[in-house]
Write a protein that binds this ligand. Structure first.
Ligand code: 1HN
Length: 372
């Protein structure tokens, strides 16, 4: 017969989840800003991650007319940034598409500017619609086209302008909720707040220096982010198509996937955010995977279905959807459809240095979970 230790017995009576106040005066304790840990221990120390974030798809067909309406009602200069935020339904209206990542859609109309500022959150853009509007970051200007991925590192001066004759819309991604959680926000406007920063470098200077397998000899770039400002979608698509033709399946979980990298380190382009593009072939149904990163997907091409945490999301080009922490996710493209290309960004780089990151695959049939 197993003998229960006295400690185990006591734990049963007063331990986590028992809600045993042990006769203590909780009101008096509250006034002194004290509280027994054992009353709440099991709420915090869950066996697995527990998140308020819910899977959700911000559909382009809902978003597009509304951001264009905002374009008729407020100027980019007035708004500073004309952005409709993508709010996660689990966050009660707090800004954030997940607990760490902000996302939203930004519109800049022909002839408009969004003035120069800088902030502590790192940012990325992915162009959804329009051609030839620019972003200038730290003196380098780039003209943007659909699917282009543009980085804006922490504390870098940046402004946007649209010298083309069509509206330009892009997805913004920032680590803003993470920075706010750390109470580490700083923000600053250039000059009187309506200024365009001087362009001090040639157009796309960084692409020509760093995105061709070369590096300037005796390079003194020392940022903890990628020196490349704009990663072109035409390049991404060519690489994905090459991998696809070669029969690569990067993995059964992700289809044909590539990572946007800092060419100087092989690591992510921003210290807090990793970014990827993946091609899912017609008829492909990826194997379920989950990890401790929270993540946003943006549909660059095609259409399909994802099941995330048991919720089925149907998506098409222009949609943006989120996958909360530790929820199984799988993607499917119908065999009669063209391939789909998903851009995604996640907070894994925040977790990895502190050993917080875990990833698992689910083996269908056996139902076995395997650490990856
Ligand atoms: C920001 O600076 C931009 O520069 C876009 O375009 C979205 C959302 C929150 C805070 C700052 C931009 C932003 C942002």
């Amino acid at each position: 017969m197993a003998i229960e230790s006295p400690r185990k017995e006591a734990r049963k009576r007063a331990g986590p989840g028992s809600k045993n106040t042990a006769g203590l005066d909780l009101d008096e304790l509250r006034q002194l800003w004290l509280k027994p840990l054992w009353l709440v221990l099991s709420d915090a120390f869950t066996a697995e991650p527990n998140t308020q974030i819910v899977p959700y798809n911000w559909r382009w067909k809902d978003v597009r007319p509304r951001i264009l309406e905002a374009g008729r009602r407020i100027s980019a200069e007035e708004a500073e940034r004309r952005v409709l935020m993508y709010l996660n339904p689990g966050l009660n209206g707090a800004p954030g598409a997940t607990q760490t990542l902000f996302s939203g859609i930004q519109l800049i109309m022909p002839g408009e500017i969004a003035p120069t500022h800088r902030h502590v959150p790192s940012a990325l853009r992915v162009v959804v619609e329009g051609n030839g509007a620019y972003t200038t970051v730290s003196g380098e200007k780039t003209l943007m086209h659909p699917g282009d991925f543009v980085t804006t590192p922490n504390w870098a001066w940046h402004d946007h302008g649209n010298e083309s004759d069509e509206p330009m819309m892009w997805l913004d991604g920032l680590d803003m909720p993470f920075v706010l959680a750390l109470n580490a926000m700083f923000y600053e406007e250039l000059g009187n707040g309506y200024e365009i920063q001087p362009v001090t470098k040639a157009l796309d200077d960084s692409q020509l220096r760093y995105n061709r397998g070369f590096r300037p000899h005796d390079d003194r770039f020392s940022g903890n982010y990628s020196p490349i400002l704009n990663y072109r979608y035409t390049d991404v698509r060519e690489t994905l198509d090459t991998m696809e033709r070669a029969g690569d399946a990067t993995s059964e979980e992700e289809g044909v996937m590539l990572d946007y990298i800092n060419p100087l380190t092989g690591g992510p382009t921003l210290p807090t955010i990793d970014a990827h593009a993946q091609l899912i072939r017609p008829g492909e149904h990826t194997r379920a995977v989950r990890d401790t990163a929270s993540r946003l997907y943006h549909v660059l091409d095609g259409r399909g279905t994802s099941v995330i945490g048991g919720v089925t999301l149907e998506w098409e080009k222009g949609d943006t959807f989120c996958a909360p922490t530790w929820m199984w996710r799988e993607h499917q493209v119908a065999s009669a459809d063209a391939p789909a290309v998903l851009f995604s960004f996640d907070d894994a780089p925040i977790q990895k240095p502190f050993s917080l990151y875990r990833k698992q695959a689910l083996h269908q049939g056996s139902g076995k979970q395997a650490d990856l």
